[in-house]
Design a protein around this ligand. Structure first.
Ligand code: UDP
Length: 486
């Protein structure tokens, strides 16, 4: 009798993790597995809605754990990275995330799933899973390129050998010559801190895990997928792009959160535009810019002369304080020409509309992958996390984007970028000769992505291999990664 694997998914509480993990659960379920997603009370309603629109009779469930916001001094209900507004809140959020171990243990001991796919931010999940003989798979939520670049920097520490923060140096041992500066690296790489210790634990847990699951596809970054496996010795499955496995208008509209704009209204606005005439500007779910930077973007977009959809993430204004992030008369002048969405945008629907011809992105991995699959040239504007590595992939390896010129890694609010740089970069992806070349390269990559997830494609086959291994594991004859290392 064939054994039905039951996969538990434990995403970190940020949209960059929850969105692809819900899609991944859908992928596994559509291939005959049972899937259960671990969520928290404030995140669950959106997760359940997303699952319900995709489900089509698939076996996907949600189980709840409590997120200890209050215990660490965060406001009640603050259970997602997109509600974080200060560095202090970020720190507390990560502390709260380390306090979920006992609840995970309770669930695993009760349900005894075949496997646990958990975000990399839960390094302790390995030991808990191992206690019950459950293999743990790590999900980083980024590209193979970024995984290789980061692993190399963490291991070799080349940034300690340069004389200044702005001196470019080569990231060692990569298949291509990629240069970066110290000021573009995460803080914990530059200075030893508690976060560095935490990352060490993440790295160790990677090595003792069953393997790593990557939301990317082999053809996009083959040299780096191979390098990650062969040079860094990691067992990895590339099963993405996850969102291509659950297409359909509702699925595309309802990802992560309910949109702040009616999606029909948004699509109607785009329907009236010529192909490739609108630039879409969005910086993901976490990054928030200050009023001065927002105003600079507004001026830059107006000066570019291009039509745009611009997604703005803003905190509630202090009472009595004037909002001051749009130039005088901007909205009136931009009527019909520019659409501002304050809050959550139906990003995938927008990117895949033929009127959209370019994407200004913070290079979060999901956004990057969505831009690639929509065949769009990109302006890269990295802010934090591993976004500077993804920028290099887009601009130097795939050659489908131009950098806006961000110099410094910043945790939440971003390095400041001037209007002239915005105009120059937007024009370059929207109307230059190079724009057409970038677009045609991106379109070809988009076609390859579609092939990868089809039956017989690379991602489809990798997922089949993983499911087969898990079945063997369940039958008691599987082996973990360490047994397979030379
Ligand atoms: N997203 C969206 N609407 C928004 C902002 C983001 O649908 O207004 C989605 C986007 O399509 C992507 C995810 O949220 O799938 C953001 O993940 P990413 O890795 O790009 O960036 P992060 O938010 O983790 O910085």
């Amino acid at each position: 009798m064939d054994i039905q694997p039951h996969i538990f998914f434990f995403p970190f509480m940020g949209h960059g993790h929850t969105i692809p993990i819900i899609e991944m659960a859908n992928q596994f379920a559509s291939r005959g597995c049972r899937a259960t997603i671990i969520s928290t009370p404030a995140n669950a309603p959106d997760a359940i809605k997303s699952i319900e629109t995709r489900q089509l009779g698939l076996e996907i469930g949600v189980v709840l754990i409590k997120f200890p916001s209050k215990e660490v001094g965060l406001p009640e209900g603050c259970e997602n990275t997109n509600s974080l507004t200060t560095k202090d809140m970020i720190q507390k959020f990560y502390v709260a995330a380390t306090m979920l171990d006992q609840q995970l243990e309770q669930l695993l001991s009760e349900h005894r799933p075949t496997c646990l796919v958990a975000s990399a931010f839960f390094p302790w999940a390995n030991q808990i899973a191992a206690k019950y003989g459950i293999p743990r798979i790590v999900f980083h939520g980024t590209s193979s390129f970024a995984l290789c670049a980061y692993a190399s920097l963490f291991r070799e520490q080349p940034h300690k050998k340069v004389s200044s923060d702005s001196e470019p140096f080569i990231i060692p041992n990569l298949p291509d010559e990629i240069k970066i500066t110290r000021q573009q690296l995460q803080d914990h790489l530059k200075e030893e801190s508690e976060v560095t210790d935490f990352v060490r634990k993440v790295k160790e847990s990677e090595l003792t895990s069953f393997g790593v699951i990557v939301n990317s596809y082999y053809e996009l970054e083959a040299a780096y997928a191979d390098h990650y496996r062969n040079f860094f010795g990691m067992k990895a499955w590339h099963v993405g792009p996850t969102f291509l496995c659950s297409q359909g208008k509702e699925n595309k509209a309802l990802r992560g959160k309910e949109s702040s704009i009616n999606e029909h209204e948004c699509l109607k606005w785009l329907d009236a535009k010529k192909p490739n005439s609108v630039v879409y500007v969005c910086f993901g779910s976490v990054a928030k810019f200050d009023d001065a930077q927002l105003k600079e973007i507004a001026i830059g977009l107006e000066a570019s002369g291009k039509q745009f959809i611009w997604v703005v993430k803003k905190d509630k204004h202090e009472e009595g304080k004037e909002e001051d992030w749009l130039p005088e008369g901007f909205e009136k002048r931009m009527e019909g020409k520019g659409l501002i969405i304050t809050g959550w945008a139906p990003q995938l629907l927008i990117l895949q509309h033929e009127a959209v011809g370019g994407f200004v992105t913070h290079c979060g991995w999901n956004s990057t992958l969505e831009g690639v699959c929509a065949g769009l040239p990109m302006v890269t504007w990295p802010v934090a996390a591993e976004q500077f590595y993804n920028e290099k992939l887009v601009t130097q390896i795939l050659r489908i984007g131009v950098g806006v010129g961000v110099e410094k890694w910043a945790r939440l609010t971003g390095d400041s970028v001037k209007r002239e740089a915005i105009v120059k970069a937007v024009n370059k992806i929207m109307e230059s000769e190079e724009a057409e070349e970038m677009r045609s390269r991106a379109k070809a990559l988009g076609v390859l992505a579609g092939e990868a997830v089809k039956e017989g494609g690379s991602s489809y086959t990798d997922l089949s291999a993983l499911i087969e291994e898990l079945k063997l594991q369940r039958a008691g004859s599987g082996s973990n990664r360490k047994d397979q290392l030379p």
